[in-house]
Design a protein around this ligand. Structure first.
Ligand code: GAP
Length: 513
């Protein structure tokens, strides 16, 4: 199946099974804003818990905070967001549609990549097992011509972006004859900078309302609380502050479902270190974060680092953790060495000293920071993408199963009476009432047992138990494993011991030690 089709299926599955709904659905939605449904919120909460516990429980030098979304507007001046948190945008005069100039050009580069991939695939089909891809790429005149054009475009684009040369970006769009996908014309406006922060007003106009921003990242809430936490928690450098919360960006191009949203959630941790030790900590955090991702068991081939060549002016190292989504490797998390830029800026703009006195070296300094920043929604999408599986069964049927890591699954156990009579529902409810204190357990009696299994497979429930007539005599049930579909007879009294450990977040956390 084409990856595009897989992605469409995942989006449809998310809606059909109560994971993600378009926001304001009955009003035809609101672009790039989504709501999480009954299963989605459980999965999302489990992802957040896995992250939070891996930071705050497993590290005795990391603590958490929860700062407000509204912050003093000068914070965004100090952080650079008011002046520089921009995307270059361009309008098509005929369709009146607005685009990101950089995205239009990146899409054009991707078209060259697609054409090259198609040439290679055609040749592979023609030459079968004798095909030598590297040799073909190095010698095929058509591939070489496409590659040369692609590389030249990429080089010109990178130079324009590095210099933020808006005229040159427009010229590239004109020279490449890029047309508006809606009107099909090349009637483009100039390229302008567009600030991504949402703003609103605080206080009544009579009092003199103040322009405030919806935070575009949670990190600044950590920086401005750095001193509060360091003093009240008696924290010693190196130490970290973790936070999970909403962030808002007025993205011009919002697409790919929950990959790029206007309201999303971040899990960020700022780790404060002694200047000069930041590269060592940067490497450590790269390793720690990759381990966290890979502990989910989707396979190491689903992840890669993408080290940044072009660094923000305040950073001295940066990398992305990329995940293999149905639309290619995409950034899920950023790990950045941000020097002492943010704390120094807040010192300067607030006029308050944020220096740390290091009792080990007897010196005062502004700590350097390693940041790990991951989007909850992107993480959610990566988990859904990797878990979504269509399996051909021996009887010719297809089953859709979400192979979610058990620790993240919304529901851990479904208890199913074989029939809705003869005391089986009562027995099943007894089991639910006992186990629901330990993990998310649900009761389901509607439809045939086969249909009920399929329903649980589709939401990723790792275990189902069936209560049958024998249960009333032997106090045993049939325990079905979602992935293997194997069934075993087990005593009701053993259920908690068998299941609890396997479905807990702790089982994931233990892999990180
Ligand atoms: N404090 C650093 C920071 O915010 P970022 O690379 O802009 O860095 C970090 O964002 C992470 O937040 C990204 O790796 C991504 O997972 C998530 N993210 C950023 N913009 C997003 C958006 N519009 N929709 C969903 N997630 C987003």
């Amino acid at each position: 199946m084409a990856q595009e089709d897989v992605f469409k299926k995942i989006v449809a599955h998310c809606k059909e099974y109560g994971f993600v709904f378009p926001s304001s659905d009955i009003y035809d939605g609101l672009a790039a804003v989504y709501d999480y449904g009954q299963n989605g919120v459980e999965l999302k909460n489990n992802i957040k818990q896995y992250w939070w516990q891996s930071m705050v429980l497993l590290h005795d030098n990391i603590v958490g905070i929860d700062s407000a979304i509204f912050m003093h507007p000068t914070i965004w001046k100090a952080s650079g967001h008011v002046d520089a948190f921009n995307d270059p945008l361009i309008d098509n005069r005929d369709s009146k549609k607005r685009y990101r100039a950089d995205v239009l050009i990146e899409d054009e580069i991707a078209k060259y990549d697609d054409k090259i991939a198609k040439e290679v695939a055609k040749a592979a089909k023609r030459f079968k097992e004798n095909f030598d891809e590297a040799k073909y790429r190095a010698t095929s005149p058509r591939v070489l011509e496409l590659q040369e054009k692609r590389d030249a475009l990429h080089a010109r684009y990178s130079a324009a972006m590095n210099a933020m040369d808006l005229n040159e970006l427009r010229q590239i769009i004109l020279d490449e004859e890029i047309v508006c996908p809606i009107s099909g014309t090349r009637n483009w406006t100039e390229v302008r900078q567009f600030n991504l922060m949402f703003s609103t007003e605080m206080g009544s106009t009579a009092d003199g309302a103040m322009k405030v921003y919806l935070r575009p990242e949670t990190a600044q809430g950590i920086f401005v609380n750095y001193l509060n936490v360091q003093k009240t928690g008696r924290m010693k450098v190196p130490f970290g502050i973790a936070q999970i919360g909403k962030a808002f960006r007025n993205e011009i191009v919002a697409r790919q479902f929950i990959f790029r949203m206007r309201e999303f959630e971040q899990m960020e941790m700022q780790f404060f270190v002694r200047p000069g030790t930041e590269m060592e900590w940067f490497s450590k955090w790269k390793e720690t974060r990759m381990k966290w991702h890979q502990a989910l068991g989707f396979g190491a081939d689903h992840y890669r680092f993408h080290d940044h060549e072009k660094l923000a002016h305040y950073a001295n190292a940066a990398t992305d953790v990329e995940f293999l989504m149905p639309f290619g490797f995409k950034e899920v998390e950023g790990i950045h060495s941000r020097t002492n830029f943010d704390l120094s800026q807040h010192e300067k703009f607030s006029g308050k000293s944020i220096k740390y006195f290091d009792p080990e070296t007897n010196e005062s300094y502004t700590p350097y920071v390693i940041e790990t920043s991951i989007g909850v929604d992107r993480m959610f999408l990566s988990v859904m993408s990797a878990a979504y599986t269509e399996e051909q069964l021996e009887n010719g049927e297809t089953r859709v199963v979400l192979k979610l890591p058990a620790g993240l699954a919304p529901v851990k156990l479904a208890v199913l009476p074989l029939v809705k009579k003869d005391g089986l529902p009562e027995k099943a409810r007894e089991i639910v009432n006992d186990l629901k204190f330990h993990f998310n357990t649900i009761y389901d009696e509607k439809d045939s047992i086969g249909k009920r299994y399929r329903r649980q497979d589709a939401v990723g429930t790792p275990y189902c138990v069936t209560v049958d007539h024998d249960t009333l005599n032997d106090n045993c049930v049939t325990l079905r494993n979602r992935d293997t579909m194997e069934q075993e007879r087990v005593a009701i009294s053993d259920l908690n011991a068998i299941i609890a450990d396997r479905v807990s977040i702790t089982s994931l956390l233990k892999k990180l030690q």
